[in-house]
Design a protein around this ligand. Structure first.
Ligand code: ZN
Length: 430
């Protein structure tokens, strides 16, 4: 059911086996979620001359956070059984996780804010890396510890501490394939730990817990009516291509070659990534396939677009066009931005309030696609003229039905496009 990837491949001669696994556990989350929310270990100074690592990695996104601890058995030592190994090394990982949380809090109290750096920036030059550093100034008291264990005889072993999230490396890989989002992964971990000690399964049985949660969400959503959808589904496992299509939106923010300029200001980059990463795992495949469908529409017309409310406050707008129809990128961006602001206002006029707006554009050329990003928080208020021109050309978005309707009203009624004009004046010359 899972396409396995080799997670031992980054092991090099310079690294010990343990370091290589640690590195790989971070990389799995980074590659399948977002490398921007998986942070490498900042080093805290610890008194005279010493330094101390903070966890084996940190996962931080959308106000959620967790400390990653990785424990690996050296393949040459074969003396211990899984159970005794876990009792010793698992306990150490558990204590280290608690220690890390305490350490970050203590540094905050002392006014020494540590900066963490995303895995993506590992190989960047120090001055560029500095710009994407995340100061650890947030409340970390509710951060969970995720303990990933790598041991050949671990399956079936019961972890003794039930207030941490335990998982084997194989299951970690499966879970990352299934959730495909760091925010989603953190919410999943919080949810299972909130459920209490009874749902702490034996190691090697994460697929069962995942399945139980999928079923619970499906049942819950079914009781919530037709518009209710499960937060978690197995869709990303069943359609990895659909999920990958969606994840491209996050990946393509970064230039393909390092050293090139970002098209999005660095200050907005994390906000955009968080916006996109906060889509429920059960929605990513659908959103990925939807984008693909929209893109196919420009085979027989010059422009295709759509709007999607990711939740009651966040609006996602997608637009695409063949590259030869726009003289320059600014022209395309202006059109996309106008459409996005109008969609946000149309939804606002129907009683919803959009606090953040992300528009993603695809300029489709011969063998390439340019990704464009426009982010507004809150959206710019569209002028009556813009409401009129866009509303009559592209219709009015109905968030309830998730569809676009073209303005229609009696001649002397106010036009539903939001321009404020009577329909008879508004609809002519469009
Ligand atoms: Zn109108």
């Amino acid at each position: 059911m899972v396409t396995p990837i080799s997670y031992h491949q980054s092991m090099t001669d310079e690294m010990s086996y343990g370091n290589a696994i640690e590195h790989d556990v971070r990389k799995i989350a980074a590659r399948l979620g977002v490398a921007d929310f998986v942070y490498t270990v900042p080093v805290l100074s610890k008194g005279a001359g010493g330094s101390r690592e903070v966890g084996d990695g940190l996962l931080i996104s959308n106000g959620h956070g967790a400390i990653l601890q990785v424990k690996t058995r050296d393949p040459v030592s074969r003396s211990e059984t899984g159970e005794s190994w876990l009792a010793k090394h698992g306990e150490r990982a558990y204590r280290q996780g608690k220690g890390t949380r305490r350490q970050i809090s203590e540094q905050q109290k002392a006014g020494e804010i540590v900066t963490a750096f995303p895995v993506r920036a590992e190989d960047w030059s120090p001055e560029v890396r500095e710009r994407v550093g995340l100061p650890l100034d947030m409340d970390v008291s509710d951060w969970q510890t995720i303990i990933v264990v790598d041991h050949p005889e671990m399956d079936g072993t019961q972890p003794t501490r039930t207030d941490a999230f335990w998982i084997t490396t194989d299951d970690w890989l499966m879970l990352n394939h299934a959730i495909r989002s760091v925010t989603g992964l953190l919410i999943y971990v919080e949810r299972v730990l909130e459920a209490g000690p009874n749902v702490c399964p034996r190691l090697g049985y994460e697929a069962e817990r995942f399945e139980q949660m999928v079923q619970a969400d499906a049942k819950y959503a079914a009781a919530g009516g037709t518009r209710s959808r499960p937060w978690l589904t197995a869709d990303s496992l069943n359609d990895p291509t659909g999920a990958a299509l969606y994840r491209q939106l996050l990946e393509r923010i970064w230039p393909e070659e390092s050293g090139q300029l970002l098209q999005v200001p660095i200050g907005d980059t994390r906000r955009i990534l968080e916006f996109l990463d906060d889509v429920p795992p059960g929605m990513q495949v659908e959103a990925g396939r939807w984008i693909l469908r929209k893109r196919s529409e420009i085979r027989d017309r010059p422009w295709a677009s759509g709007a999607w409310m990711f939740n009651s406050e966040r609006l996602f707008v997608f637009g695409c066009s063949p590259s030869d129809l726009f003289e320059d990128i600014e022209h395309f961006d202006a059109k996309l931005a106008s459409l996005a602001c109008v969609r946000a206002k149309q939804i606002g006029l129907q009683g919803n309030s959009i606090t953040s707006l992300l528009a993603v554009g695809h300029i489709v050329g011969d063998g390439y696609i340019d990704y464009r990003y426009i982010y507004m928080e809150p959206p710019i208020d569209a002028s009556p003229e813009l409401m009129r021109s866009v509303g009559h050309e592209h219709g009015v978005f109905d968030p309830e039905a998730g569809q676009v309707n073209f303005p229609k009203a009696a001649r002397n009624e106010r036009c539903p496009c939001g321009s404020g004009l009577k329909f008879k004046y508004c609809d002519r010359n469009t």
